[in-house]
Design a protein around this ligand. Structure first.
Ligand code: SF4
Length: 335
């Protein structure tokens, strides 16, 4: 296997919450990301999934430098990029781009598409002034938009088209890695498929790698090569896509997969749903031992109080005290 493009090691991002008390210390710490590690290889799409609030987006924002990590490292092509100053980080900022969930909020409504796309070219000296317009038109063409619409404003485009503009803006920097933070969740289902297909085409054409953050497992199954499942700031399982869907190991992964409807009505009727009790606990005060233990329906299979007191390490695939099994129960939705 090739060397990883991105290496994330024991990454933590905690946020102080509440007024400062004795010795100026914050009242509490919100442990949004609490020790996660993974690699993204060239040309690969790694999915990062989990319920909202599990820390996926904070992880993305910490990787691109929008947050300073509390601990841990982010390495790009073997060089550490976490903790670099703004100036030191500049060459890497070009190489790692981000696409956001809400394309409208991420595009300046007062700028035309021409200005939106020309700006990164100008900042990073990627094209001479007279070439920028042509370059911007080529970018629009690459994302399936009409290059003649270059002088329109974002509000003159539909939601799906605006997301294409967001993709074009990311592409303008000629990145190697694009972090896609829920890029299709705000779009209609029919438009979602078009944007996902576009991302696949661009990956093929430009040799891109993606870190694809989503909560919709059907989308993740379509686009990702490997998938990491997050729960309350931790990765609880990481595996190749087909292995994960066909033989999920962690009880939380099994519950998530059991909630995905099956397109075949016959299988859908017999689909066994694992209903998780209660809400996701607060990252301000995560449960002891295994963070999933208050909601885990399989906890009784582990002897004694281990799940309550002992935090399971992420093994070959999953972080659970249950032994990994070649024939773990797979939700009916994926048989
Ligand atoms: Fe469930 Fe225990 Fe495994 Fe946690 S360690 S997922 S509580 S069985």
């Amino acid at each position: 296997m090739t060397s990883p493009l991105l290496q994330v090691r024991d990454l933590h991002k905690h946020f102080p919450v509440g007024s400062k008390g004795l010795f100026g210390r914050p009242a509490q710490m919100l442990r949004a990301v609490d020790g996660i590690s993974f690699d993204v290889h060239p040309g690969e799409t790694l999915g990062l999934v989990g319920e909202s609030g599990c820390g996926k987006s904070t992880c993305a924002r910490t990787i691109v430098g929008l947050h300073e990590p509390t601990a841990g490292t982010v390495m790009y092509e073997g060089a550490e990029i976490s903790g670099l100053s703004r100036k030191e980080r500049a060459p890497y900022r070009r190489k790692i781009q981000m696409i956001f969930q809400d394309p409208y909020a991420s595009l300046d409504p007062r700028q035309t598409v021409a200005s939106i796309l020309a700006e990164p070219l100008k900042i990073h000296y990627l094209a001479k002034p007279r070439e920028r317009r042509l370059h911007a038109m080529q970018l629009l063409d690459a994302v399936g938009l009409n290059p003649r619409h270059i002088h329109r404003f974002p509000h003159e485009f539909s939601g799906g088209q605006r997301q294409r503009i967001g993709v074009a803006r990311a592409l303008a920097m000629e990145p190697d890695l694009i972090i896609c933070d829920e890029p299709v969740s705000a779009l209609d289902v029919s438009i979602q498929a078009q944007v996902v297909n576009l991302l696949e085409e661009l990956q093929e054409r430009f040799g891109l790698s993606y870190l694809f953050i989503a909560h919709d497992l059907a989308v993740v199954r379509h686009i990702c090569d490997r998938i990491a499942v997050m729960y309350l700031g931790k990765i609880v399982e990481i595996a190749e896509r087909d292995e994960l869907f066909e033989n999920p190991q962690h009880p939380y992964t099994r519950a998530l997969l059991s909630a995905v409807p099956h397109p075949d009505p016959k299988i859908e009727r017999t689909r066994e749903r694992i209903v998780l009790e209660g809400d996701v606990p607060s990252p301000l005060d995560p449960p002891s031992g295994c963070r999933f233990h208050p909601r885990c329906v399989e906890r009784g299979r582990v002897t004694g109080d281990r799940c309550v007191h002992e935090e399971p390490a992420l093994g070959a695939r999953s972080a659970c005290h249950l032994p990994e099994s070649a024939d773990a129960p797979s939700p009916a939705a994926h048989t």
